[in-house]
Design a binder for this molecule. Structure first.
Ligand code: SF4
Length: 319
C-alpha cells in the first residue's frame, strides 16, 4: 500500500518538464504505481497552441511510457490532423499518470481510476499547467512575457506582450476560474477582475495602446478586450470605438489593423510578399468583431452599420 495520500510530497521545487517528469517517475502518491509498468507523464511542446488532457493511460501507454499511443493515439492523431493541427506542436497528458487495470485471465483490463486516485494525482496536472503558465506569463506582473516572441514564424509579425495576447490570457484565466476544475495559476494576478491588468498597462486615457513600451495603436488592441468579455464597461467601449472612428481605423470600412506600416515588426517574408499586410489592409474578421462590440453600446448604429457591411459583401460577392 502507498504511504502517501497524494502526489504533493513528490512535486519538485524547480518546475521544468524534465524535473517534473523525473520526479513523477518515482511517485507513490496512490496505489496505482504498484501494478503499473511505469509513470506516463505528459509530452509535447510548451508553450503550445493546445494542451490536451486525457483521463488515464491505457495498456499501450503503460508499456510505451508515453501518452496517447496505440489505437487511442492514432485516433487522436487523425482528429488533430482533421482540425488542421500537428501533434508535434501541442502538449498531451493525462489527469492520472499510472495505468489502472484488473486481471481477466491473461489480459490486463483497463479500469477507471477512482475519484481518490484522480485527486491524489491532481498535483501533477496542476504542476504541468503551472509550468505552462510560467513559460507564457511573467510571474511578477501577470502579463504575457515580453522577453518572448509569439507568432514569429507562423504569423507574419513578431508579437510580444500586447493587448491582444493579454486579452487572450485574461479570457483563459476567466474560463479556468469559471470551470472550477483546478486551482488557477492566474488567481494571484486577476483576483476576479480580468480586465484590470489591461487597463493598468494598456489603457491610455481614451483608448488602448497596442503593446508594452509602444504607443502605437491598433484596431485589434481596441476590440479584443471587449470582444472577449474580459472588459465590459460601456464607457471604455464607447471611448475606444470613438477613438478608432476619429483616427481613421474605420476608413476603409469596417476596420483597419493599423493606420500605418511598421516594417520593424514584420518578418522578412511579409516585408517582401505582403508589404501592406498591416498598414492599410482592412481586416474583415476584426470588422465583424467591431460590429458586435458596437452592438453593446449602440444597437441602432450597429444594426445600420451591419446592414451597410452586408450590402457591400453582397455587392462585391465576397461571402
Ligand atoms: S497515479 Fe499519480 S498519484 Fe498515483 S502513483 Fe501514479 S503519479 Fe502518483
Amino acid at each position: 500500500m502507498a504511504h502517501y495520500a497524494t502526489a504533493l510530497p513528490f512535486i519538485p521545487q524547480r518546475r521544468t518538464l524534465a524535473t517534473l517528469r523525473a520526479a513523477a517517475a518515482a511517485c507513490q502518491g496512490c496505489d496505482l504505481y504498484l501494478k503499473a509498468t511505469q509513470t506516463v507523464f505528459g509530452e509535447g511542446v510548451v508553450p503550445s497552441r493546445l494542451m490536451l488532457v486525457g483521463e488515464t493511460p491505457g495498456e499501450h501507454e503503460d508499456r510505451a511510457g508515453r501518452p496517447f499511443v496505440g489505437p487511442a493515439g492514432s485516433l487522436l492523431d487523425e482528429s488533430i490532423a482533421a482540425a488542421g493541427l500537428d501533434r508535434g506542436t501541442i502538449y498531451v497528458t493525462n489527469a492520472v499518470k499510472h495505468f489502472r487495470w484488473e486481471e481477466r485471465g491473461k489480459r490486463r483490463l483497463h479500469k477507471k481510476p477512482s475519484s481518490r486516485e484522480v485527486g491524489a494525482c491532481h498535483p501533477w496536472l496542476e504542476a504541468e499547467i503551472a509550468h505552462y503558465y510560467d513559460t507564457v506569463v511573467d510571474p511578477r506582473s501577470g502579463l504575457v512575457r515580453s522577453d518572448r516572441k509569439f507568432s514569429a514564424h507562423r504569423d507574419t509579425v513578431v508579437n510580444r506582450s500586447n493587448a491582444f495576447g493579454n486579452s487572450m490570457v485574461a479570457l483563459l484565466a476567466k474560463t479556468i476560474e469559471e470551470t472550477g476544475w483546478f486551482t488557477s495559476p492566474f488567481e494571484r494576478h486577476f483576483e476576479g477582475d480580468y480586465g484590470r491588468l489591461l487597463i493598468e498597462h494598456f489603457w491610455v486615457g481614451d483608448h488602448f495602446r497596442d503593446a508594452l513600451g509602444d504607443e502605437t495603436v491598433s484596431g485589434e488592441a481596441n476590440i479584443w478586450p471587449f470582444y472577449t468579455g474580459v472588459l465590459a464597461d460601456p464607457l471604455h467601449v464607447a471611448s475606444a470605438l470613438r477613438y478608432l472612428d476619429a483616427n481613421g481605423f474605420c476608413d476603409p470600412y469596417p476596420l483597419r489593423y493599423e493606420t500605418s506600416r511598421r516594417p520593424e515588426r514584420e518578418v522578412w517574408l511579409t516585408r517582401h510578399v505582403l508589404p501592406d499586410y498591416q498598414g492599410s489592409t482592412v481586416w474583415t474578421s476584426l470588422g465583424a468583431m467591431y460590429l458586435q462590440v458596437l452592438r453593446t453600446v449602440d444597437p441602432l448604429l450597429a444594426a445600420s452599420e451591419t446592414a451597410r457591411y452586408v450590402s457591400w459583401i453582397e455587392r462585391d460577392g465576397t461571402l
